[in-house]
Design a protein around this ligand. Sequence first.
Ligand code: CTP
Length: 394
Amino acid sequence: MLQDKNIILGVTGSISVYKAVDLASKLVQAGAVVDVVMTEAATEFVKPISFGSLTKRPVITEMFPDTTDYNIAHISLSDRADLVVICPATANTIAKLANGIADDMLSCTVLATEAPVIIAPAMNYRMYRNEVTQENVDKLKSRGFVFIGPATGRLASGAVGQGRLIEITEVLGAIRQVLGKSGDLSGRRIVVTAGGTQEPIDPVRRVSNRSSGKMGYALAEVARDRGASVVLISAPTSLPAPYGIELVSIETAQQMHDAVVKSIADADALIMAAAVADYRPKNISDSKIKKSDDSLNIELEKTTDILSVVNAPVKVGFAAESDDLESNAKEKLAKKNLDLIIANDITAEGSGFDADTNEVLIIDRSGQKEKLPLMPKIDVAHKILDRVVALISK
Ligand code: CTP
């Protein structure tokens, strides 16, 4: 999605400038063409060469550089930009942008561009909450600038407050979402479930499974990057909340059922990537079960099969199998009335729990099969969503 996109990375003078080096690196790795524009203050924190050696392009620090290279003049830069991201953005730069001041290369470029602009502020918390900064932020928001952060936490001064630069993974999420706004899922609403549900036995113990949630999170993020508005209903995972996605955190199969029912009304598709417990303890003990006899029996009862009881214009299920992959998957597809089932052999190399890759077999309602090779879960997500897009537009 970022491949060959022209991104202007504006960098202003904050102690958090070093984090922007990581952002530049990640953007380049994702295939973007990155032009870094630094304010003079930013160069006091990090030298331009740190950015230039990653982007393999000249870093612009001056309004009137001693060069005849027309391609780096502010108008040509802003003309070809698909997106401008200012990270970190100081109170001073925000104030300049809000008031049309164009006295350095970055503010000139922003004034001259028609590309979307994302701003990730970083400053002392008192500067951020100052009324004038808040007014400037509101002014820019009302003109369509996208603000992300700042986060609350420990600041460079040692004080704790709202002013920290947001995590770079979130800035990347915002960039992907803004660039994907008019993608092939634009205007669509997709509900995705992820993770392994947890069914309590007593206040300290639970029955769960080894699902990492990675496949579901990849699907939710890719759907967002292709323009969808996404609800991600997630059992506990160790994954960070993705930017720009409505995250509904649940624990049990029953809570997941209730959350799906609540969010499905106007959805275009439901993708159940979660590993939902098939059984839960029948009686949950209010107090901790003490060790006594040599064995302990816990009676389990069936949970509701969410896919079977819920309707959506497009329903996609997963089948994680260790035996008879295809026949089991086909049976589930029919039984749960699915449009697609994504089957994977959990014993295959690279396809197990917690892996970043997956090797799947996609089967549709008519029984047609598509066997995909082992690939990153992000790529599997794209393949599944290609099929969902085709089904939605039928
Ligand atoms: N699923 C569901 N509700 C449940 C259990 C599973 O919606 N209570 C969904 C899963 O999210 C997945 C699909 O059904 O998309 C298949 O789940 P799986 O556990 O493999 O299927 P089961 O029908 O439970 O069969 P089995 O466990 O016997 O293999």
